[in-house]
Design a binder for this molecule. Sequence first.
Ligand SMILES: NC(=O)c1ccc[n+]([C@@H]2O[C@H](COP(=O)([O-])OP(=O)(O)OC[C@H]3O[C@@H](n4cnc5c(N)ncnc54)[C@H](OP(=O)(O)O)[C@@H]3O)[C@@H](O)[C@H]2O)c1
Length: 291
Amino acid sequence: MTRIVLLGSSSLLANFLASELRTDFEIQLVGRSAPLVKDLEHNWIKCTNVVELPRKVKTLIVNADIVINCIAMTSVDRCEFNRDAAYAINTRFPKLLVDFVSQTSPSTYLMCFSTDQVYASRDKAIDASVPADPCNWYGKTKLMGEPALEQDNALTVRLNYVNDCPSWHAADRRISVFKNLLSAGGPFYAACDWFFAPIGLRDVSLAVKAAVVRKISGRILLGGEQLLSKFDYYSSLSGSLGFNGSLVKTAVLSDLNLKAERPKSVFLDFSETKGLLGLPAEWPKEIFEDN
Ligand SMILES: NC(=O)c1ccc[n+]([C@@H]2O[C@H](COP(=O)([O-])OP(=O)(O)OC[C@H]3O[C@@H](n4cnc5c(N)ncnc54)[C@H](OP(=O)(O)O)[C@@H]3O)[C@@H](O)[C@H]2O)c1
């Protein structure tokens, strides 16, 4: 059976991918924290310095057919004020991982996730020809981590915000924060002038599965079908979680006092990705659907 090693055992994406792909692949999670899903095979790695990690997981990597890296500093604001750490995790680590895999296990297929935050705000859809132009340190460090993957047998997935599915709510820390706030009576302020296109976890895992089966190399864009404001998104989410929609209040992005700048609108055109991965034209599905 094809063996996939997922780096980042507490990562939302790694756990969901592990749960979804385990029926078709042999899966191992690797990381310094406990997995979100309890019955997955997990290798603890005690590592204070992330750049040491590839060497520490040498045997796991050497025996893997596929390595999917989900280790990253993903909080946009945290990256802005922890610049060296964000650079080490988001830029240096993928490069060291690629170097290590190329030297020790060149036939291993490697996948890393990047982000829509590598783009500047744009009112039209973003396709592969649009140059990256990040406005925050998270986007910059992720972008600087990408060139190492520009080789055969390696793929960068530039991904929109990932929305969970209802059966997964308990494990999604971001949803927990939102739910706790609404449970306490709210309000939750969401910007009506800040647009994004979230993609469901199941759609991400479908695309990842297609990419690993086809061993797609290079870079793909992956995102949701629908551009919507954060206000519309959180209003719908509150409804799907059983809360009164009026607990979500409208705001504008500049009122939210976020530490790092954000692109105001990012909508990835993934028609090329669909063709490459052989995904159906009606894909992806509704973001709040749980199927
Ligand atoms: N989720 C999204 O909406 C989204 C959207 C676009 C792109 N992406 C990309 O997709 C990938 C996975 O995202 P995610 O949401 O699953 O991330 P996540 O839930 O924030 O998980 C990040 C993982 O990285 C680990 N990590 C961070 N610093 C580390 C260090 N110094 N040493 C070892 N492990 C470390 C964390 O472990 P600890 O828990 O121990 O810190 C955690 O397992 C990332 O590359 C992210 O940029 C995600």
